[in-house]
Design a binder for this molecule. Structure first.
Ligand SMILES: [Zn+2]
Length: 417
């Protein structure tokens, strides 16, 4: 990976330490093998120490509840910096039949967007970004629904909306230009869309740059430019805004495209569920390896997202960052550590959010997964506990049971990872 959280300094606290409720996570295993207690105060990690070293806390009777704080026993769990979802399409989620989402009323749309965000949150993504179509027949209705869901989800998950106009140049782009400005005024977090669909892709980017500069917001673009010169033109046009640009999914990246992206310092989000990891392990001469391998090899700043969540583009899409990381490792050739870095540290950086580490002073954005290794978590960590802003916001408990007729020496009941 081209960037690492090593050496990252804790960002300034939003809420000063010592304020807000205190939460103690005990007996959690870290990826380096240490077993620790973690004290959280307000929205920050206050201290990380050996088990029992952070002082007594009142134990809660019975199972710790999602809504109360105090002390939670995480023995048997691996504690990770929470992942993030950098690329969703929540306005079309759960609508696999083509056009099914068009029948939605505003309330249906808010409900589906909320359900998509909660699905992703249950998997551990405490920060999420979703692309929303604006203009044409959609007007700003979809964006308004996403912004309502974003508001309703405050305190559970941080959701960002990318306004996605279709055309931005010429006479045909007049509506898109006006709607984009309105969308950013309304509260869209980023300007996006797909310049490949506009007759003048560079002109599209110039309109976007001007609007993003006025609104002081980042740019998050779709491209599948399949020609190196075309990709170089797009990347060149984006240069003035570069530190705040995210580009993806680049599925049709031309040979040499990864070098263009790396040289320009572009940050790329790929979608492993949509084929970014296919490719041969040892491609014969002339055949390019998989997108992920190529981008990683060229040291492009790489993150990865879920993309379509059970929509027409991917009826079996999931919003699980651990599954995304699993695909990066299984098909993209990344180590489990690099794969998880892509969906956590790199994903948060792509969303413009401060870094997270399980260390004092860092934001309390955490994911606990049953198991003791990162490999195991990527292979199938089902039981999870999610902390956002210092609060337990979701808990999933998976239990596997075997029938009595099993004659092998298997346990009757076994808590599954
Ligand atoms: Zn997309």
């Amino acid at each position: 990976m081209s960037e690492s959280s090593e050496g990252a300094q804790p960002p300034p606290a939003v809420n000063p330490l010592g304020h807000g409720p205190v939460l103690l996570l005990t007996g959690a295993r870290l990826v380096d093998g240490r077993v620790v207690d973690v004290r959280i105060s307000g929205d920050r990690i206050q201290a990380v120490g050996t088990v029992g070293s952070l002082g007594p806390m009142p134990a809660l009777p019975g199972q710790p509840s999602v809504t109360t704080g105090a002390r939670i026993d995480l023995s048997g769990y691996l504690l990770l910096p929470a992942p993030a979802e950098p690329h969703g399409h929540y306005d079309s989620a759960f609508c696999a039949a083509p056009g099914a989402d068009r029948a939605d009323g505003p309330a249906d749309l808010v409900r589906r967007v909320t359900e998509a965000a909660l699905t992703s949150l249950g998997y551990g993504a405490t920060a999420q970004r979703t692309h929303v179509r604006i203009g044409d027949a959609h007007g700003l209705g979809r964006l308004e629904a996403v912004l309502m869901a974003r508001q309703a989800l405050r305190g559970l998950a941080e959701v960002q909306a990318v306004a996605m106009p279709r055309l931005l140049t010429g006479l045909a782009g007049a509506d898109g230009r006006a709607q984009l400005r309105e969308a950013l005024k309304l509260g869209a977090d980023a300007a996006g869309g797909c310049p490949d669909l506009d007759p003048d892709p560079v002109g599209y980017i110039q309109v976007l740059l001007a609007a993003a500069a006025d609104a002081d917001c980042p740019i998050d673009l779709h491209t599948n430019a399949a020609d190196q010169a075309q990709l170089a033109r797009l990347v060149g046009a984006l240069a003035p805004h570069r530190p705040r640009v995210l580009l993806g999914p680049c599925t049709a990246l031309p040979a040499g495209g990864s070098t263009v992206l790396a040289t320009a310092g572009m940050r790329v989000v790929c979608l492993p569920q949509n084929g970014a990891c296919t490719g041969l392990e040892d491609p014969p001469a002339g055949l390019r390896p998989s997108l992920v391998r190529e981008l990683a090899h060229a040291r492009v700043a790489l993150t990865a997202g879920g993309g379509g969540l059970r929509d027409a583009s991917n009826p079996v899409g999931r919003a699980d960052p651990l599954d995304t990381a699993r695909l990066l490792a299984a098909g993209g050739g990344l180590s489990p550590e690099s794969a998880y870095d892509a969906v956590s540290t790199q994903a948060r950086a792509a969303l413009g959010l401060p870094a997270v580490r399980v260390d004092a002073g860092f934001p309390a954005e955490l994911l606990a997964v049953r198991g003791d290794t990162l490999d195991g978590a990527l292979a199938g960590g089902h039981s999870r506990l999610v902390v956002h802003c210092g609060r337990v916001v979701s808990r999933t408990s998976a239990v596997r049971e075997f029938a009595d007729t099993v004659t092998l020496a298997l346990p009757r009941q076994h808590t599954q990872g």
